[in-house]
Design a protein around this ligand. Structure first.
Ligand SMILES: Nc1ncnc2c1ncn2[C@@H]1O[C@H](COP(=O)(O)OP(=O)(O)OP(=O)(O)O)[C@@H](O)[C@H]1O
Length: 242
């Protein structure tokens, strides 16, 4: 389970600061939540804070329960960076919009990289389940430049999960894909998260896609102020609510 209460993340400074609030999140093993909202509202910021890449300005509760209970809020509040980095490396998997694959490594070596960096031997059974589910068998010896966008994203997903993180964070993984491939990747993603008992948050602009899979959704509610000088709407804060 992932429990988050009263998280606030601040991007920028002074009058330009943008506040991102997450009042409450409960995520169960096997569950995928979508995160939606207009450009610039703070979706990536939210994911970075949950992925422990960005320190929240304040946090009430942040607990990650897998094989044991981890009180992440206390680690954040007491600034224990080494332990936070350890949790991030072992328990969080990231899937980026452009895949973020290393161009000089084959698909096979890209997938194994996080395990290698963590000094873990990949679980053979899981590796073969992932390769099967994501249909990567014929691609294993290719390099990223030889892959389609969809193939790159399937590889990126495999790489994000082989080290068995409890939590997978995907930032617009289907943005570069056509509707057919987006739907196929989403479907594989949701099935694998359920099959492997992971939890996932996926940022997605494609509302029909989110609806098609009937995903629970964190929706951005943005507060704006009107600039006294220009009269333009200026975003100052976003609440992500269910
Ligand atoms: N490093 C930074 N320093 C200061 N402000 C930033 C920084 N990164 C992002 N911002 C601002 O924080 C706000 C939220 O940005 P964020 O990238 O989280 O939005 P987003 O919803 O993911 O946008 P998009 O859908 O366009 O990717 C924006 O107003 C952005 O300009």
């Amino acid at each position: 389970m992932l429990y988050i209460d009263d998280m606030c993340v601040v991007r920028g400074q002074g009058t330009q600061a943008h506040h991102v609030y997450l009042p409450q999140l409960r995520l169960r093993q096997g569950q995928v939540f979508a995160v939606t909202g207009e450009s610039g509202c703070g979706k990536s910021t939210l994911l970075e804070a949950i992925g422990l890449l960005l320190r929240p300005a304040s946090i009430g509760r942040f607990e990650l329960h897998d094989e044991k209970k981890r009180d992440v809020a206390t680690l954040i509040n007491t600034n224990q960076q080494a332990e936070l980095a350890n949790i991030r490396a072992h328990h969080v998997g990231f899937v980026l919009q452009n895949g973020g694959l290393l161009p000089f490594l084959s698909v096979q070596d890209n997938i194994r990289l996080p395990c290698q960096l963590l000094g873990k031997v990949p679980d053979k059974a899981m590796l073969s389940r992932i390769i099967d589910a994501l249909k990567l068998g014929p691609l294993l010896n290719k390099h990223p430049a030889q892959l389609s966008f969809g193939e790159r994203q399937r590889t990126a997903f495999a790489r994000a999960i082989l080290h068995r993180p409890g939590l997978v964070l995907a930032d617009e993984p289907t943005a570069a894909l056509d509707p057919h491939n987006s739907q196929q990747l989403f479907s594989l993603f949701i099935d694998l998260v359920a099959q492997e008992g992971m939890m996932a948050l996926v940022v997605c602009h494609d509302w029909p896609l989110v609806q098609r899979f009937n995903l629970p959704c964190l929706v951005a509610r943005t507060d704006s102020v009107v600039s006294a000088q220009s009269g333009a709407q200026d975003r100052r804060g976003t609440h992500f609510v269910l």
